[in-house]
Design a protein. Sequence first.
Length: 166
Amino acid sequence: MSPMLHAAAAVALGAGATAAIDAWNYALRRVAGIASLNYCLLDRWVSHLRHGVFRHRSIADAELARCECTLGWIAHYGIGIALAAVFVGAAGADWLLRPTVLPALGFGVVTVALPFFVLQPALGLGLASSATRDPLAARIKSLATHSVYGLGLYACARVLSAWLFA
């Protein structure tokens, strides 16, 4: 696969799959009153990395970052695109031509390791949300959200393959 096609597919799939997460989180909030990660806090964490602070007791109590909401959303989509680039590189051109659900869903499930073992502890939520009010519910929500990401990769690949390779 050419580097240009790889990059274009990663951007399309990553942005689409991340948008699927956002639609999922919107539906959860509207239907069930379940809140998602505030992406402003994601940028607050990233901003503190520049000052050498990786882990917080509580990211909500950390000093505000400039433009943190805008930059948090940019980081959210940037991470989604970067993960899609890894997936597209691993799955290859054959998968892009004929996408199947299991590799994409499996990749989405595997990516839950990032919040469980990196982001949640760094934000002060504990390993796999162990320091939250309801760790099991938080873990299930994270797993569901990352599964939606994987399904979003698949759905976007189906659209992309039908559009580009039909």
